[in-house]
Design a protein around this ligand. Sequence first.
Ligand SMILES: NC(=O)c1ccc[n+]([C@@H]2O[C@H](COP(=O)([O-])OP(=O)(O)OC[C@H]3O[C@@H](n4cnc5c(N)ncnc54)[C@H](O)[C@@H]3O)[C@@H](O)[C@H]2O)c1
Length: 436
Amino acid sequence: MIGTGYVGLVTGTCLAEVGNDVLCLDVDARKIDTLNAGGVPIHEPGLEPMIQRNHEAGRLRFTTDVDAAVAHGTLQFIAVGTPPDEDGSADMQYVLAAARNIGTRMNEYKIVVDKSTVPVGTADRVRETIAGALRERKLDLPFAVVSNPEFLKEGAAVEDFMKPDRVVIGADDERAIATMRAVYAPFQRNHERLLVMDVRSAELTKYAANAMLATRISFMNELANLADELGADIEHVRQGIGSDPRIGYHFLYPGAGYGGSCFPKDVKALQATARQYRRPLAVLEAVERANEAQKMRLVEKIEARLGSHFSGRTFALWGLAFKPNTDDMREAPSRTIIAELTRRGARINAYDPVAMGEAKRIFADRDDVTFANSPMHALHGADALVVVTEWKEFRSPDFEEMRRTLRQPLLFDGRNLYDPQLVRAAGLEYFAIGRR
Ligand SMILES: NC(=O)c1ccc[n+]([C@@H]2O[C@H](COP(=O)([O-])OP(=O)(O)OC[C@H]3O[C@@H](n4cnc5c(N)ncnc54)[C@H](O)[C@@H]3O)[C@@H](O)[C@H]2O)c1
């Protein structure tokens, strides 16, 4: 498993869990040291005991030794990062470095599996990179390149991997397809959910999935903002449309904008590909613009209530992670909100059940961002509470205590967690997204 991040570590661990012998490689020696010392560098429910179990059984090992990793297995999964380049396209340097590492070292048949989210055409580039390295070594070894995009969700990654909705395999090599079927058979004992297709379709499927989900979110966010103007309640509208099976309830929650390591970069990367082929995606351009605006929506609501100058004000902020059950803060809306409030002179006192370690690293040199050791502690001396991530432990707070503790009884809810009547009955002023 090349790359031991959210995807590589979860994939490697789950493959070991069903009996495979897995060696996880990373260039980040600190990460590998942490894992070898029994630690886990990320927060993911259920992952830690599974790593421990399989590490102790000798089926799951961690290394920085590239030679050992290439020699280890027929299957070489590439699960390295594909961050956005300056123009929004996916930066392929890590994927191609991993491919080159394989080509310069392999001595027998390999199946190279692209698990990272990569632009259409990447499998061809990976194949050329490996073939080029073999030519330099004057070797003619057989190998296959397979696209196997990953659909796991952070926060439920282990569960998603163990019980996938579908497994997409893009390949044209029969031997590789048969091997991939065998690898994934233990995860679909109930009925097969493996979709075999050509490589380019598999690569595009991953972007299409994330682009569709991002579209649903931006669509609902824009409707919620309109509902605010119209005096309609988006929560009723959500239920009214979600009940249509053609629409469904998933991913129709308006909020403070989408973030994370995938949607923003994948929406950008797909647009970059589309521009390159002169087929711009007008819908996605709007999705992205709407999302950027939405990240400021809570700040606009705070400004409408408190005026535009925030110096001397303190805001309690609940939720730093881009979504619940993860410590990932990449592109989290909390970062945009904190940046804007502090830019205008406010102080932030934040609480998050698991992302405070990550937040302390991000805001290390800032004395205007402090952290509380419980949700209620964050409210002391605050002019308002701003809820940014829908952690379970925020769902049923003591509103009376909240009112008594806040300097002003103002609650800005970026995730529509509460019943407006209940909150108002406790004497709080309540501002949500698109709610009456
Ligand atoms: N995070 C998710 O929820 C998710 C879901 C589906 C797909 N993906 C995709 O999977 C890929 C990985 O995402 P992630 O969130 O796991 O990233 P990550 O940043 O958590 O992990 C990537 C790891 O790869 C390592 N790495 C980089 N170059 C390497 C090399 N040459 N050899 C060995 N290791 C190397 C890095 O040090 C890092 O630890 C991305 O393409 C992402 O879009 C992510």
